[in-house]
Design a protein around this ligand. Sequence first.
Ligand code: IFM
Length: 451
Amino acid sequence: MAFSSDFAWGVASASYQIEGSPMFAGGGSSVWDMFCRRPGVINDGSNGDVACDHYNRYEEDLDIMASLGLKNYRLSIAWPRVLPAGKGEIHAEGLAFYDRLIDAALARGIDPWVTLYHWDTPYDLYLQGGWLNRDIADWFADYTQIIVDRLGDRVTNWMTLNEPQCFIGLGMQTGLHAPGDRLAFREVLLAGHHALLAHGKAVQVIRARATKPARIGWAPVGAAKIPATHSPEDVDAARLATFSTTTKTVWSNSWWNDPVFFGSYPESDLEVFGDDAPVVRAGDMEIISQPLDFFGANIYNGQTIRAGDNGPEDVPNPLGIGRTIYTWPVTPEALYWGPKFFYERYGKPIVITENGLGLSDWVALDGKVHDPQRIDFLDRYISAFRRATDDGVEALGYFQWSFSDNFEWYEGYRFRFGLVHVDYETQVRTPKDSAYWYQEVAASNGAILKG
Ligand code: IFM
């Protein structure tokens, strides 16, 4: 009933959500900088210009992490901070920032887990077609080389892309995220194919150039499915639903992960997607399916599934089920069945690269931030993950999303996911009750969990 002794307890963040925009520090702009300037697209009218000002306050943030005994920090690099135009000239100061950040983390005993891309596509590249342009795979590989040549002597754990389902699906199909496009499904899948190529080329670069032995994964959304009962029929139905789709959607787990781990798109999805599926050129799948060391999964909730007469059926949530501020249902079993099914199919150790919940926390009259629901939520989810490991799932780590409150995309600053509260007027940080609780979870390697 325990996580392995080298299990990585950590917190996660992303550049655009916390740093403040590179365009105010000599770097370039990203699609998010431009998107936020469109009236009405961000629910509180805000943007990531300043965010948590982590660019200037990273030492304070790392001090808080260290004081909480957190030893693993998943961070992302802002591509336009390093390459203002996305390619070509390097912004030396931008690259130096990540050098300092990595050194400052290591000096505090914090291991940096680096994500190369968490949605801040350089705007100049968007003007050249962005993810629709096949050349982006090479632009991404060149950018990766710059990062790896600079940081690859100190970073062990790398992730290529965060949630392709979101930056391709929400960014290019529904337009809810930057760049706000609403493309046909065929174009969406083509952009997705280029993202997969970029992933594969980045893995090749890391393997070839990192001087410290690298562990590489990626961090897709893990769209978890939970069997309604433990009957073999329901479990099979949930497994099938996890790895197939009956509609033209970007939320199919196997569409993204089968190419990466098996070197082919899944037959069943290809049938559903028909002519919308991208043309795969000779050699593409060899590039995309570079061997990985772990399967990263961002899991927040799951859909309950039962065996129906004509295949898997969605089971409605119980009336009044607990919901987070996004109205996402609280379904801790997602962190049992998601890892279990992903481990079963892909055979790679699991890292939960994101899990957590958004609330509307505030500083109480006593000066503290009381967030019992976050503690309860995390206990239930992490306990479910531990049960998965008890049942044979190999697990390397768990990253709570997020270290601090931050810019929550189209919701702006209204939704708070952090263990640490941020006052955006003063930039004062206040660790929430959950931060101290998580400190104990990590220190006890999960022994204090109640779920
Ligand atoms: O804040 C996001 C993160 O950037 C990507 N995964 C989901 C989180 C919560 O919505």
